[in-house]
Design a protein around this ligand. Structure first.
Ligand SMILES: C[S@@+](CC[C@H](N)C(=O)[O-])C[C@H]1O[C@@H](n2cnc3c(N)ncnc32)[C@H](O)[C@@H]1O
Length: 296
């Protein structure tokens, strides 16, 4: 496995507008590349920003490796047409009103690192009663997920551009999430890079504040040492409990499709492990204890 298994962003610039119900339009017909633009001008002026959180949050350890990678004509078309309606720059500048963002008050599940978004779109289509806030820094993937959502007529997906840590810390209210999905996060196999792994105690402490009691945290990885780390830190964290009575890994639930990255891991003979943990009730706040658990 490569150190940075997934390619990463190409730039453009902010432009977040009031959320509207998503449009359902036929598959993009404009498949020719955009005309040449003057040097320094953003490729998608109304699309995802190159560094939406700007310099305010620069001194953080990142769990991703920003890279330029090719945006296909179809992805570029989706970014131009759909970003203003379905896209969200993670600029760290405001707390989101998720009811306004989705146009309804259905439960919201955060997916961090959706890659090319195929699994995200499939899960959103299978569960229209759940809103998916899908976040990645990968511009081609953002375009791909927008195109998939458009093609499938999905109304329950919003695409975030930027670092999920900033989203959690600065832009999501306490108890706002009904679930968290982290499928095949970058494994960062070298020891000196382990600090970049997303699933760490500090990350779980932050996520716990945004997850309501009963929310499911669903992780999966094909990198066994990382799977062990995930199991260790989730098991040790007081805000989470394993849904598995044996305290171990879970079989892949039928509702989670194989992801692109997972397929690559399986081709290499990797073993895939799923983890399904639940946010436990707040110790001194019993407001939510009577609510049924929500799905991740
Ligand atoms: C190894 S890929 C897996 C993609 C997809 N889930 C799959 O299974 O095919 C991990 C993805 O997580 C994204 N990522 C890593 N850290 C992130 C962060 N802090 N915020 C947003 N996305 C992140 C990367 O850009 C990359 O696309």
């Amino acid at each position: 496995m490569s150190e940075h298994p997934h390619p990463h962003p190409t730039p453009p610039e902010p432009g977040r507008s009031a959320p509207e119900p998503p449009r359902t339009t036929p598959e993009p017909t404009r498949t020719t590349p955009a005309p040449a633009r003057p040097k320094g001008e953003p490729r998608f002026p109304d699309g995802p920003a190159p560094d939406p959180a700007g310099s305010h949050f620069e001194r953080r350890i990142r769990s991703f490796q920003p890279r330029r990678s090719r945006v296909t004509a179809g992805q570029a078309d989706a970014l131009r047409r759909l970003w203003p309606t379905w896209g969200l720059d993670i600029d760290g500048q405001r707390v989101l009103d998720l009811t306004e963002l989705f146009g309804n008050d259905r439960p919201v599940v955060l997916e961090i690192g959706f890659g090319m978004g195929e699994a995200t779109a499939e899960m959103a289509a299978a569960d229209p009663g759940t809103n998916i806030l899908a976040v990645d820094v990968h511009t081609p993937g953002q375009g791909n997920l927008l195109a998939l959502a458009d093609r499938k007529g999905l109304e329950n997906v919003r695409v975030g551009n930027g670092d999920a840590i900033i989203l959690l810390r600065e832009m999501l209210a306490p108890d706002s999430l009904a679930g968290l999905r982290v499928y095949f996060p970058d494994p960062w196999p070298k020891k000196r890079h382990h600090k970049r792994r997303l699933i760490q105690p500090e990350f779980l402490t932050l996520a716990a504040t945004r997850l309501r009691p009963g929310a499911l945290v669903h992780c999966a990885t094909d990198w066994e040492p990382y799977a062990e780390q995930m199991l260790d830190v989730l098991t040790a964290h007081p805000a989470f409990e394993n849904t598995r009575p044996d305290g171990g890994f879970a079989p892949r639930p039928a509702y989670r499709p194989l992801t692109r990255f997972e397929g690559q891991g399986l081709d290499k003979g990797h073993v895939v492990n799923d983890l399904l943990f639940r946010r436990v009730p707040h110790p001194v706040d019993h407001r939510h204890q009577d609510q049924p658990p929500t799905g991740a």
